[in-house]
Design a protein around this ligand. Structure first.
Ligand code: DAH
Length: 354
């Protein structure tokens, strides 16, 4: 004679098998497995059984519960996939899209078909990716720092005295709490050296901010690629070699590079970098693309003070640094006449670089 639990299982399986829709499957689940369902009731009843009966009935109860659960899951899954195929069957996937770009809600009253357009990278992003690839081949890693900075990282640590014009409120965006929008990416030099001992070889692309009037060549927000290399016996020859290589990779083998003496508080000597390339539409003229120089010992001393050690001993370590104007490089590379185009989001402009 079969155990009542086996009878219960057979009833349940039959009921599940003959369920006509998801609701009926759900009803069976509640009836047999629900908190007051009949299988659960058997669990309660276990307590009242004799000691030698318990393991036998317990095992059977488990088997029954597993069989019923599996049958319910399977039947529910069958109904779900039936519903999906039914829905998909009505869709002709060969039709063109009926909406614009993803997330686009459409013109009011528009009922035609707009093809989905493929996006492309912004010219600044393309320039950046090319640049990163070139620097990677020279062993540079990527570093990062915040756009909102403190005066120490932006100026003091970079050997820029309190009376320096760059610190002026006419030039720098100060926030009410005394912090500022970084005026250059050189801040990341300091942050990188604070967080790791030499040798260091990093580039750091990002935005910088100055209170400039917006015109064809100036924007209050622009972009730079900062570079820092610190090691033993780094010289100005290494700096020139690295930047020449970079410019020729970016603008073509025939590109001429010139270094002109300049002044920056955080480098000594300091150089401005100019390029001239026949391959460029702008043609035969020298264009300034970067500031650079040999890291000033005072910068290392500031970093040491902040670190509380002598990791950047200027007697032992030397380095070079540079700041490339990203917008300027992209304008030269792609022959873009106006820096404002980068931020205007005009598809007629952006599509030319797709
Ligand atoms: N921070 C400078 C600027 O924004 C550019 C620069 C010059 C960066 C010399 C450097 C450097 O790292 O060594 O004008």
């Amino acid at each position: 004679m079969s155990h009542p639990l086996e009878q219960l299982r057979d009833d349940a399986l039959l009921e599940i098998e003959s369920a006509g829709d998801e609701q009926e499957v759900e009803a069976a689940r509640v009836k047999y497995l629900g908190r007051s369902g009949s299988i659960s009731a058997w669990g309660e009843q276990m307590k009242t059984l004799a000691k030698e009966e318990k393991p036998i009935v317990g095992k059977l109860l488990n088997e029954v519960r597993n069989a019923v659960t599996a049958a319910i899951d399977l039947r529910a899954q069958q109904f779900r996939s039936q519903k999906e195929t039914g829905a998909l069957g009505k869709i002709d996937i060969s039709l063109p899209g009926a909406t614009g770009p993803i997330g686009y809600s459409g013109y009011s009253g528009y009922s035609g078909h707009l093809p989905l357009e493929r996006g492309s990278l912004h010219p600044l992003t393309q320039m950046l990716e090319r640049s990163i690839q070139i620097f990677r081949r020279m062993g540079f890693a990527l570093a990062d720092g915040p756009d909102i900075e403190d005066e120490w990282h932006c100026f003091d640590a970079l050997n820029t005295p309190p009376e320096h014009p760059a610190r002026n409120e006419q030039d720098t965006f100060y926030l009410p709490d005394g912090q500022l929008l970084r005026t250059h990416t050189s801040t990341v030099q300091i942050r990188t050296m604070q967080s790791a001992p030499p040798p260091i070889r990093v580039i750091s692309p990002g935005a910088a901010y100055r209170r400039d009037e917006l015109d064809a060549t100036h924007s209050p927000q622009f972009h730079q690629i900062e570079g820092l290399y610190v090691d033993e016996n780094v010289s100005i020859a290494d700096l020139k070699g690295a930047l020449e290589f970079f410019m020729r990779e970016l603008f073509g083998a025939g590109t001429e590079v010139e270094f002109r003496p300049h002044y920056f508080p955080f480098t000594e000597p300091s150089l401005e970098v100019y390029v001239k390339s026949k391959a460029l539409k702008s043609g035969e003229q020298w264009i300034e693309v970067a500031g650079s120089g040999v890291v000033h010992p005072a910068v290392f001393e500031q970093v040491n003070k902040a670190r509380g050690d002598k990791a950047y001993d200027p007697e032992k370590w030397s380095g070079y640094a540079f700041g490339l104007g990203m917008d300027r490089l992209a304008m030269i590379l792609f022959d873009i006449p106006d820096i404002r185009l980068f931020a205007q989001n005009d598809l007629r402009f952006l599509k030319q670089f797709a």
